[in-house]
Design a protein around this ligand. Sequence first.
Ligand code: C5P
Length: 224
Amino acid sequence: MNNQTIPVITIDGPSGAGKGTIAQMLALDLKWNILDSGALYRTLAYFMLQQNIKLKDFEENMLFIKSNFKVKFDPGTIGEPVKVIFNNDDITKKVRTEDIAKKTSDLATDPLIREFIRPCQRDFMVQPGLVADGRDMGTVIFNDAKLKIFLTASIEERAKRRQSQLKRQGSEVNMRLLLQELEERDKKDTEREHSPLIPAEDSVVIDTSNLNPEGVVKEIKTYL
Ligand code: C5P
């Protein structure tokens, strides 16, 4: 079947705006596939670390990386992060650390990396539909999407959410440090030359600072 007929909802926005939770709830509700593109970048960073491949050596190792880069997502259950399955291993916890996030953010500024990841992302577009979560889902990767959502929230609220998410996963992180890391990541994501984080012109922008996830999902479903 032609890809054009597969419906896609893109959910973009900065870290901690609620993309993961909302994408997960929508995917479970609609019984659609899910693409956590941040986790895809994180998995690539994790794999390169594991294989000791530096960014400058990416091109010469591209064939090896390509043939070993088999990632799947399972929306899992609400309240738990979306599961990341890499070469049949559940690496969810390993890639959702602040250390990997920082390395990923550096890696994601590289045009070669973005070009490599692009077809991997398009491959997730299968029936009955796809909920794609990231930074450039609506602007670049699925600019033909049926519905584009851009989620935002104040930086304080996003840091609070990140802190409780990390706490649930068993790590304690200092609030000041989290705020600083979020600021750095926002700056890198919005100011980078390739695929910067900006709302698509035809996106619906929702500020989630004072909304609960159910309220956000309800609002998104009114646009479907
Ligand atoms: O969303 P998450 O925090 O897992 O993303 C990790 C990092 O991956 C982000 O800080 C961003 O730099 C990068 N990313 C990206 N483009 C995407 C998704 C994530 O550059 N579509």
